[in-house]
Write a protein that binds this ligand. Sequence first.
Ligand SMILES: N[C@@H](CCC(=O)N[C@@H](CS)C(=O)NCC(=O)O)C(=O)O
Length: 233
Amino acid sequence: MADDMSVDSEAAIVLFHGQNLCSLAPLLALEIADARYEVRLVEMAGDRLELRSYNPAGTVPTMLVGSSVLTENLAICCFIADSFPHSQLLPSLPLARAKCLAWLSWFASSMHIARRRGRLPERFSDAGDSWESIRTKGRAEYIAGLVKINQHLAGGPYMEGRSPTVADLQALLCYCWALIDKYELIGLTHYRKFVQELVLHPPIARVLAMDRSPLLTNTLAQSHAKLPRGSVQ
Ligand SMILES: N[C@@H](CCC(=O)N[C@@H](CS)C(=O)NCC(=O)O)C(=O)O
């Protein structure tokens, strides 16, 4: 459970998180795993001095595990899944596990980068006259990715296997970003159903409420579903 003050002295876990950013996936994983952790909310527009003292790049997620610093979403999510095997956030059988890792790799290398191209084209070229084209191509790739996820979820209920894994947390994150970035989501029926079901899981609902996620307002408004009592601030 999130606990700003008390941390386990043996392997104290501290997650640096930015609201509605990619650190949402490991934050959800920690809560699902019922781990003891501290979350430090990073104001990304600020100087991020504390975060940079551990990770000079100043990016989230960054996680402290005792005296070790872990970066990279994929590694952090796998670390959480392996540290809390009861959570079943990564399948134990080799083939299912590999398929799950394939999704994680795809999310990191395709969806996250497509989103960055759509929002921050200046990071990809100094030539201002190319930014619009980078942005347009990034958004087109993001839409294509959403469609791919939707098609895959037609064989659902989850990205891989019969219970939620870290691949599902990435899919949830990408839907959240699609809402924030105002993508046209009509037609993604399998994807929306998947999200509507996932946001009802109490640990997921708790984190999304803390993050004031558009996933709660948008998907629940559409499904008219009820949140667990007391889980929304
Ligand atoms: N490759 C890293 C990327 C981390 C990353 O760029 N995170 C974004 C938030 S989604 C960030 O911190 N951006 C702030 C910046 O680039 O200054 C990962 O997969 O964890």
